[in-house]
Design a protein around this ligand. Sequence first.
Ligand SMILES: [Mn+2]
Length: 425
Amino acid sequence: MQLKDINSFNESYRLQHLKALDYLKVSRNITDDQLLDIVQQLKTFQVAIPSWALGTGGTRFGRFSGAGEPGDLQQKIQDVGILHQLNRSSGAISLHIPWDTLSEDEIQTIREEAAQYEILFDAVNSNTFQDQEGQSLSYKFGSLCHVDKAVRNQAIAHMKEVIDQGQLVGSKSLTVWLSDGASFPGQLDFKEALQRVEESLREVYDYLPEDWQMFIEYKPYEPNFYSTVISDWGTSYLLAESLGPKAKTLVDLGHHLPNTNIEQIVATLIYKNKLAGFHFNDSKYGDDDLTVGALKPYQLFLIFCELVKGMKDNPSLSLAWMIDASHNIKDPLEDILQSVEAIMLAYAQALMVDYKALKETQLANDVTYAQEILQDAYRTDVRPVVAEARIQEGGAYDPLQYYRQYQLREQLIEKRGLYVKASGL
Ligand SMILES: [Mn+2]
């Protein structure tokens, strides 16, 4: 769907926007050049949208379908196309195999559809946490950690196939998240399970094309409730370290036990050049998969401060940014617009921090002022600068407002019908 009238939509907010931008400059005491520099960095920032987040997600208790959802991959790309036209920061899609399995003859159409909306293909995701139709062996007791080598081989073959699929669309990385683990003490030998995962991952690693990377995601619990083989960043890190330079640790914000200091994990991984990137979401209790920034925007800001510092120290630092959320009760497209906005705001706030002054306070053990510097940036209303970056790129001043005003969901329902179910979740 090609969106119309974005410029005239923006025009009605022009005066209000310019005043807000001016106030930001005056209140932060920043020059036009400094502002331009921040806008420039925001303009190049792209967050990948996972194909499974475009339909309504469910919980283990049920799923309440939305309307006008994408029924196939082409329609999923069209949905990302809508997001990207509105915010100019959603220029990539992350596929999940087998939910998005491509046949040779549809590759061309899919690539053209994506190119039309300037959408790239981000990391491809494997799936060995559920059994697929026609699959000969079951993952009920694990995949890469399974005691039976035949099951492990099946999972390894699947991951190689995911890499093959990714190559067809131009992806450059494979994300592996394993649900492997145990729900009861005694079920699994910890050491042997980890050893089997390591050996299996090595087979997949050796299959990676030269310019590919492997992202190893971790998660403390669920679906297994007693132990997970790759349960924390340390386990992911030691696997990545053992596999080699193409393997890195992927941080999913919801995959931590409550109160974990995620920003510190980020700094440690950057220091060791093992940070792959992020799965953004928010949570209160566990892997809640809520809208980014809905609950802990200050934590998100602190994480971005580490990232900005990391990127300043090492301009070649290349990270993968992706949303990984489930939209149970909101319109998925509206929810993603809110998530991307929250990410951009946290990034913009982190760009407002005076890192030189912060360093001085640290060297002087001036704890009070160190905190003050961070909070001062966090408490700045950076919405105008994020909007400015978006407008300069041809996006909408207020994407959500445009989405509602131009009745985009209603148009999708008209085209696709009320009861289409997106493949996957
Ligand atoms: Mn994830």
